[in-house]
Design a protein around this ligand. Structure first.
Ligand code: SAH
Length: 278
């Protein structure tokens, strides 16, 4: 059952996280910022992640799959950034939407970008912040507790690169997120999105296989009805104003435990889109 928060459901008064200076570009500013949650969030979905927040960085824990695929997706993101912007992540301002514990955000900061992660799960941001501090990354990495739509209204066209991985299938209206990603990007910027396709094969692999047979994900992590076909995501991206550039599938062999990218997008896939320069 989808649960909407009204715009008045702000956590800012009750959050344990400090509201200390968290604006982007402030050295050492890694304390997550609290703000309105907006109305495009299903807190029962966010709760699936916050209840496991102390395990984000356990590479054998419930987020092991995200750790395993991270090098693959990081490389594919950077390849697209190089292809459409001429140079890699170094020196780029990057926004990671629905960043969770910061697995991808941190890896993009380690590649030399100035990275910001946003999420609506405060415990996720706390775990991400602690890990960034332990890694000495606070000068180029920060986390904010803010709805992406609100950030887009406050800081349009501020990022070179926007990523939104494994999150669109957990929100009430993914098209609104895609639009906010577009608005946040500078003209000519690259956005990389990932989600899960919706068909009998993806039901079998992503829910029955990953959650029930292999135990790669906690049961109930995914809701089949919220999966998004590449055609649907394409339509959201084009409607937002993007040019669609590339699509690739993420594959896993549970026997060899090998992950790889390939053209088949039947289950997990990533899409790279570019904001036109004018
Ligand atoms: N992108 C990360 C984490 C994916 S898990 C990665 O791939 O490593 C999905 C994340 O989306 C969770 O951290 C959850 O809290 C977050 N999320 C769900 N709905 C959200 C929303 N409306 N706004 C921001 N984050 C959201």
């Amino acid at each position: 059952m989808t649960q909407f928060n009204t715009p008045t459901d702000s956590t800012s008064s009750e959050t344990p996280v400090s509201n200390a200076d968290t604006q982007s570009g402030t050295p050492g500013a890694t304390q997550p910022q609290s703000n309105d949650l907006g109305n495009n969030v299903d807190m029962s979905e966010v709760g699936k992640f916050t209840q496991l927040a102390n395990q984000w960085w356990d590479k054998q824990g419930p987020f092991a799959t995200l750790h395993e695929i991270n090098p693959l997706r990081l490389n594919w993101i950077e390849e697209n950034v190089v292809r459409y912007m001429g140079t890699g992540l170094t020196g780029k301002t990057v926004l990671d939407v629905g960043c969770g514990g910061g697995i991808l955000t941190e890896s993009m900061a380690r590649r030399g970008s100035d990275a910001t992660g946003v999420d609506l799960g405060i415990e996720n941001l706390q775990a991400a912040t602690v890990h960034a501090e332990q890694g000495g990354l606070t000068d180029r990495l920060r986390y904010k507790h803010i709805a992406i739509e609100q950030l887009a209204a406050e800081q349009p066209e501020s990022y070179d690169v926007v990523t939104c991985m494994e999150m669109l299938e957990h929100v009430p209206d993914p098209s609104q997120i895609v639009q906010a990603c577009f608005d946040l990007l500078k003209p000519g910027g690259v956005c990389v999105l990932s989600t899960i396709n919706r068909n009998p094969k993806s039901y079998f692999f992503a829910i029955i296989g990953a959650e029930y047979v292999l135990g790669l994900l906690d049961r109930g992590t995914h809701d089949y009805a919220k999966f998004i076909t590449p055609a649907e995501l394409d339509k959201m991206a084009i409607t937002a104003g993007f040019n669609r550039q590339d699509l690739i599938g993420l594959h896993y062999n549970p026997i060899t435990k090998r992950y790889w990218l390939a053209q088949n997008v039947d289950v997990n896939y990533m899409m790279a889109v570019v904001k036109p320069t004018e």
